[in-house]
Design a binder for this molecule. Structure first.
Ligand code: HPA
Length: 274
């Protein structure tokens, strides 16, 4: 994707909205309904936006919702693009570049993930402390876009320690248990084998999923403050004697969505005061 394409998409979005969003929020499988709660809502289908793509996954709405929550201007992506859908990494991360072009400096990424850690249970929330991405190409491969960030960007604190601290105290205040762990990126679309899950756990991860890390790399390159939140929807293959399927992932996402939104709102309100 070229800089001109990013700028054109950003200009189009800008022409449709009156507020200037401060937060970008990407909502994962089964977690999209927070967007319904915004005021002064403007919805833009991904199809309408120049150079955007179409989300092909069940549970991914495929639209952008811009509005305010508690007077905080936000841009929500209800749905995202995944590498396993056949998109190139620069297509997967195109929305993040659009956010950057619109001057959005804070990013909240959420996802559904499988637990590779016996201490984590379906329905748990995990604040992402760090990620491991060994698979799929790097989204920053190719000529560097200097207007966003440097060729070799630092990845020592992509999931801001300051924001993680804030998230943990918010979780306490609303009485929601929040674990903190490492997210392992797999390209998918198949779920992992039991041997892969064992290896992933040995490498130091607590949860596994098929999104988030590419977007976070591009957001970190652009200097965004980032927070990642995983909803543990299932035990990954082999951790317990049970199959993994997308319907089960969606079901658990929907089951804990209310609690998830309570946590999200509390974090957003606190973060906006920084
Ligand atoms: N593996 C990979 N991605 C996932 C899983 C899983 O077990 N659950 C939800 N997304």
């Amino acid at each position: 994707m070229t800089l001109d394409q990013i700028k054109e998409a950003a200009r189009f979005i800008s022409s449709k909205i009156e507020v200037k969003p401060q937060f970008g929020i990407i909502l994962g499988s089964g977690l999209g309904s927070f967007a319904d709660e915004l005021s002064q809502k403007v919805c833009i289908g991904f199809r309408q936006i120049p150079h955007f793509h179409v989300s092909t996954v069940a549970g991914h709405e495929g639209r952008m919702v811009i509005g305010t929550y508690d007077k905080i201007p936000v841009m929500i992506l209800q749905g995202r693009f995944h590498y396993y859908e056949g998109y190139a990494m620069d297509q997967v991360t195109f929305p993040v570049r659009c956010m950057l072009s619109l001057g959005i400096s804070n990013l909240i990424v959420t996802n559904a993930a499988g637990s590779v850690d016996i201490e984590y249970k379906p329905g748990d929330f995990m604040l992402i402390k760090d990620h491991i991405k060994f698979h799929g190409e790097n989204p920053l491969r190719g000529p560097n876009m200097d207007e966003y960030g440097p060729r070799f960007n630092d990845m020592s604190d992509p999931y801001s320690a300051q924001i993680r601290q804030l998230a943990k105290s918010c979780a306490k205040a609303v009485n929601i248990e929040l674990k903190e762990g490492v997210y392992y990126y797999m390209t998918g679309p198949c779920y992992e084998t039991a041997a892969e899950v064992k290896a992933i756990n040995t490498l130091g991860a607590n949860a596994v999923g098929m999104s988030t890390a590419p977007e976070v790399i591009v957001a970190a390159h652009g200097g965004m403050n980032i927070m990642g939140l995983s909803c543990i929807t299932n035990m990954a293959t082999g951790i317990i004697d049970q199959h993994v399927d997308h319907d089960g992932v969606m079901k658990m996402g929907n089951q804990v969505e209310k609690k998830f939104i309570t946590l999200l709102k509390s974090i957003l309100t606190e973060w906006s005061t920084l």
